[in-house]
Design a binder for this molecule. Structure first.
Ligand code: SF4
Length: 368
């Protein structure tokens, strides 16, 4: 059993003490896994290999060529680490400073994944919006997106979570000008109260956030728009929560990820003297926002009725029933031949079954 990730990096001895763990691997050492596994039987276990994440030496690039069976979309991590120091977050201590994959490496990787038949490329990173800020010469996420869109055969490019401050006019224009960039954005908010945002050390205030989201909503029709919110941050008063709720209600989100705050060992927030919100009240706030998120998600899915949408057919689903993903991040179930899996097709939305839309295929042949 191999354990890696933020927890393994920040508390390796606790992980090594778990019975059955063979290898504890730090986040900057993961490329060593094949070599470690090759002669693991000869070594004393648990083997702990956890380096310093703030070590500036370049890390080897391990290009991805394919994903495990069942993946239709390819996730390409173009950036790791984070420039920020949000007071509730352990990630900077687990991942180190922001580092970007050089452009030629990302381009080569995306080219090979497109050639291998992945219809959608998802760009990921811990601080994705910072992409290129550490490269020489400096680059921007917008420049990366434009370069990737030149790759022949690329049908869809999806961006994962991006902090508000990184939405430059250039990035918004790049997204708006190119239908192959998915109409799906995730812009973490965490709190709608400036007092709490300051205590969280988030690099924006509620007014800037509101203006950005209004602009995105106005610029990108049918946008699937999500955010992350934390309830019960230390010192979050009733009026702070009310400000968060009011902001979420005012903006065109189509889904919400709501998290209840808990102290994370080693973070600044865990040491804050501010009083803790009682657990029952945290649960109440979380439940309120989750209800709002569920209502928004339902309204967004209902708004798709009767529309003809292009979907990428996923691997999953039983024989005869296909599941497709729209560019604005909705799943659609419809009847069709297995041969369509991993291809694009068009579907007319006819109904809603739980989380999924239902539809009828309107193409005769799968598009390439
Ligand atoms: S919450 Fe996000 S932006 Fe803030 S420190 Fe953690 S990874 Fe960085």
């Amino acid at each position: 059993m191999v354990v890696t990730g933020c927890y393994a990096q920040t508390n390796p001895s606790a992980v090594a003490a778990i019975p059955g763990v063979d290898v504890v691997l730090g986040t900057r050492d993961r490329h060593e896994l094949p070599a470690l596994l090759a002669d693991l039987r000869k070594r004393v276990r648990p083997l702990v290999r956890v380096g310093d994440v703030f070590d500036e030496r370049p890390r080897p690039v391990v290009p991805l060529r394919e994903f495990a069976p069942g993946y239709t979309r390819a996730f390409v991590k173009v950036q790791d680490g984070c420039q920020h120091r949000c007071s509730f977050c352990i990630v900077p201590f687990a991942r180190g400073a922001s580092r970007s994959q050089p452009l030629p490496i990302v381009v080569e990787q995306v080219q090979s994944l497109v050639a291998a038949g992945y219809g959608e490329i998802v760009l990921t990173g811990v601080d994705l919006g910072h992409y290129g800020g550490d490269l020489a010469p400096r680059l921007s996420l917008a420049a990366l997106v434009r370069r990737l869109l030149e790759i022949p055969g690329l049908r869809r490019l999806r961006l994962s979570s991006i902090l508000p401050a990184y939405f430059t006019p250039e990035l918004i224009e790049t997204i708006a000008a190119e239908p192959r960039v998915c109409r799906h954005l995730h812009v973490p908010l965490q709190s709608g109260a400036d007092r709490v945002l300051r205590a969280m050390r988030r690099p924006y205030n509620a007014r800037l956030y509101r203006e950005l989201i209004e602009r995105l909503g106005a610029t990108l029709p049918d946008l699937g728009l999500g955010t992350d919110v934390i309830t019960g941050f230390p010192g979050e008063g009733a009026e702070d929560f009310a400000a968060t709720e009011a902001l979420l209600e005012a903006l065109p989100f189509t889904y919400l990820h709501v998290f209840s705050y808990s102290d994370r060992r080693g973070t600044e927030a865990a040491r804050l003297p501010a009083s803790r919100v009682p657990p029952a009240e945290v649960r109440r706030r979380t439940a309120r926002l989750r209800r709002l998120g569920a209502a928004r998600s339902l309204a967004f899915r209902r708004a798709q009725m009767g529309r003809a949408l292009e979907v990428l057919v996923l691997e999953q689903g039983e024989a005869g029933t296909l599941v497709g993903l729209t560019d604005n991040y909705l799943e659609v179930a419809f009847a069709g031949p297995d041969a369509l899996r991993r291809a694009f097709t068009r579907v007319r939305i006819t109904g809603l079954d739980g989380e999924r839309l239902q539809g009828d295929r309107i193409d005769d042949a799968a598009e390439g």
